[in-house]
Design a protein around this ligand. Structure first.
Ligand code: NAD
Ligand code: UDP
Length: 312
């Protein structure tokens, strides 16, 4: 049986990855220190003999018994309010954590995939963003702790590939949403849906003209799975190119939820990227991947999930 280690396995994306690899017949080891994740996301897997959970901070030395075929490093705070609250831990898990896991991958002769991000492009001057763009990041701004940790993570991963011949994969993930996001994680979608359900106005930052491109989680997981099993070691963008302004996005949530609340405008956070849309030419060519789930479909599934979890 192939064995896969998924760090951040109790988080939003990590828990969906655990489900996918269990479904594909793998033995899954989830590792997480629960700093932003929750055991609720994986509690349905605890009864399975092919699932193990380690409560561990991967910024400290990582030890796993037995062989490992694949390591997927997803541990990291991912929402701006999370990484602003725990900036040092964010820098550590992207740097020290990545180094520990690369060391483990080398010792186990495992293939390692890292969860990088569209944030490596910063507030981009190239639109849409393709993988050859180097980005526009403020290293000492509030988002720098996340962006630079991820850029270091990519550099370290390429170095292990080049100098140690380690098999590595780098995915640059664009804004992804779906069930198991935390309602209080401050990201636009859970913030808006939570506000609509609680009967509060939807807080749009700035004038709402900044854009994002939202990908439904199942599409992303398929892209990760294909990239891991491919033989391509350079970065690949995975995201949905359907771009929308944040104001229009809030209006879609108002319509979807039927709320009578309005939009209330708040100051734009510092260094908030003005536009973001993935160029997915590479993913299409190399992985034969493109998103299948429209925003209308994905938002409906996500709203149904949140309706059952929000306390009015
Ligand atoms: P999340 O906060 O739901 O999950 C992250 C998980 O990592 C949590 O369970 C947390 O407890 C765990 N974790 C954090 N630091 C740890 C440490 N030092 N040791 C062990 N576990 C630790 O976030 P998510 O949205 O699922 O993001 C997962 C990964 O995907 C992150 O690496 C993030 O940077 C990346 N990513 C996500 C998105 C997105 O839109 N969701 C976009 C780009 C990149
Ligand atoms: N945003 C907003 N209101 C909120 C939360 C976020 O207008 O309550 C904006 C935020 O400023 C950004 C966009 O929505 O321009 C997406 O924010 P998110 O935190 O989801 O992701 P990221 O900025 O990391 O892409």
């Amino acid at each position: 049986m192939k064995r896969v280690l998924i760090t951040g396995g109790a988080g939003f994306l990590g828990s969906h990855l655990c489900d996918r690899f269990i479904k594909e017949g793998y033995h899954v080891i989830a590792m997480d220190n629960l700093i932003t994740g929750s055991l609720r996301n994986i509690e349905h897997l605890f009864k399975l003999p092919q699932f193990e959970f380690y409560n561990h901070d991967v910024s400290n030395y990582v030890h796993v018994e037995g062989h490992i075929d694949y390591i997927l490093h997803f541990a990291s705070p991912a929402s701006p309010i999370d990484y602003l609250k725990i900036p040092i831990q964010t820098l550590k898990v992207g740097s020290l954590g990545t180094h520990n896991l690369l060391g483990l991958a080398k010792a186990k002769k495992a293939r390692m995939l890292i969860a990088s991000t569209s944030e490596v492009y910063g507030d981009p001057h190239v639109h849409p963003q393709n993988e050859d763009y180097w980005g526009n990041v403020n290293p000492i701004g509030p988002r720098g702790v996340y962006d630079e940790a991820k850029r270091f993570q990519e550099a370290m991963t390429m170095a292990y590939h080049t100098y140690h011949g380690l098999e590595t994969r780098i995915i640059r993930i664009f804004n992804t949403y779906g069930p198991r996001m935390r309602l209080d994680d401050g990201r636009a979608l859970p913030a808006f849906i939570g506000q609509a359900i609680r009967g509060e106005d939807l807080t749009v930052f700035g004038d709402g003209s900044q854009t994002r491109s939202f990908c439904y989680v199942d599409d992303l997981i398929e892209g990760i799975y294909r990239l891991l099993l491919s033989d391509y070691s350079y970065p690949v963008n995975i995201g949905n190119p359907d771009e929308i302004t944040i104001k229009e996005f809030a209006e879609e949530i108002i319509k979807l939820t039927g709320t009578t609340q309005k939009i209330s405008y708040k100051p734009l956070p510092k260094d908030d990227p003005k536009q973001r849309r993935p160029d997915i030419t590479r993913a299409k060519e190399i992985l034969g991947w493109e998103p299948k789930i429209s925003r209308a479909e994905g938002l409906k599934i996500t709203y149904d999930f949140f309706k059952n979890t929000v306390k009015k």
